[in-house]
Design a protein around this ligand. Structure first.
Ligand code: ADP
Length: 340
């Protein structure tokens, strides 16, 4: 299905650009002609040489200024048009990917239910089918949450749930939860780092960040997954260095992987499915925490690293962080009042 805006919006921008440039040209011609008449009249009355010299320079400079304004305006409009076209293309890919991501777990759940319904399977096989269905529902849940929560995050309408955590044990706990969820063996993730610092975090949101990173490492590691995580408390920031040994990301794609809907195409692993929302969502969550995230990879098959920084509670971005806590308190009070 095509999004109607993806087709009409670029045309609308293009027509707007033409109208804007033609109007400016018209204004300039009008201005030039009217000034020429005025200057000619003045010219006839006073000294012809002095005025005509000044007039020529003035007309030339203002003409040039107008030309520069038109060019800047046109390039801005075309830049916007280009961005819109790219977004439309990415959006179409997203719809195709999302359709697949919704359909395939649903088909698998349906097949498992039909099998369980029609055949009397031994307990062990029943358990295998149930586990498979739970995995598929988790996949569906993640996708639906992304579709629902990303717009809320973008419009700053997220339900704040921030608390102050001793961040190193907290991250340890979240990583262990993710490992269990993704059925990773205990030696797949190495987590190092100790120290005492506290950060303000939304538990569910940071869990989504770690789930997205780990899920990607699983998807983009052709062999077994190896992840190393290093945690460090600095003076003003807490940092998390995440590294896997997967297929890596080439330099040109590293700039774009946090863009909404962006997916790289790797001819060596063409069947890896996704929506291009995971890293965008991750970056938005980290930004909401007052932190930042960057990616680095030495290239193909050299693994991928992510560097995350979060402000340490009471050491930096105090006002912003206090505000997150304040909004959370207010929301909880409202919820309590509603329940009573
Ligand atoms: P998705 O995985 O659904 O495509 P993401 O936003 O999570 O979307 O990732 C965007 C792109 O970044 C992916 O298409 C993939 O090419 C690349 N990528 C992300 N994480 C990794 C990783 N750990 N190793 C290699 N490539 C990655």
């Amino acid at each position: 299905m095509k999004h109607p805006r993806s087709f009409f919006y670029p045309i609308f921008i293009f027509v707007l650009a033409q109208i804007a440039s033609l109007s400016l040209l018209g204004i300039w011609i009008y201005w030039y002609v009217s000034n020429y008449i005025i200057f000619s009249e003045v010219d006839d009355k006073f000294s012809a040489e002095i005025i005509s010299e000044g007039r020529n320079v003035f007309v030339l400079v203002s003409g040039l200024v107008l030309l520069i304004v038109v060019s800047v305006l046109m390039s801005l409009l075309f830049h916007r048009l280009n961005m819109q076209l790219n977004l439309a293309r990415l959006y179409d890919n997203f719809i195709a990917n999302v359709t697949h991501e919704l359909k395939s777990p649903l088909a698998s759940i349906q097949l498992a239910l039909e099998t369980l319904n029609l055949h009397h399977l031994p307990k062990l096989r029943q358990k295998a089918f149930i586990d498979m269905m739970l995995k598929d529902t988790a996949r569906l849940n993640k996708l639906i949450n992304a579709i629902l929560e990303i717009p809320a995050l973008e419009q700053k309408k997220v339900a704040h749930n921030y608390d102050v955590y001793p961040i190193i044990p907290f991250i340890h706990e979240l990583v262990l939860e993710s490992m269990e969820q993704f059925n990773l063996p205990s030696d797949a993730v190495q987590i190092r780092g100790s120290g005492e610092c506290r950060c303000v975090a939304d538990r569910n949101a940071l869990k989504i960040v770690l789930d997205n990173l780990i899920d990607n490492s699983i998807k983009y590691s052709p062999d077994s997954v190896h992840i190393s995580i290093r945690l460090h408390c600095g003076l003003r920031t807490f940092s998390l260095d995440y590294k896997d040994q997967g297929i890596g990301i080439c330099a040109s794609d590293q700039k774009k992987v946090f863009d909404k809907f962006y997916r790289t195409h790797d001819p060596h692993s063409p069947n890896v499915k996704g929506t291009g929302l995971g890293l965008y969502w991750t970056r938005e969550i980290i930004r909401y925490h007052g932190g930042r995230i960057s990616v680095h990879s030495k290239g193909r098959n050299k693994g991928t690293s992510f560097h995350i920084e979060l402000p340490i509670y009471q050491a930096s971005k105090k006002r912003y962080i206090q505000n997150l806590l304040k909004i959370t308190r207010k929301r909880r009070q409202q919820e309590n009042a509603f329940e009573e």
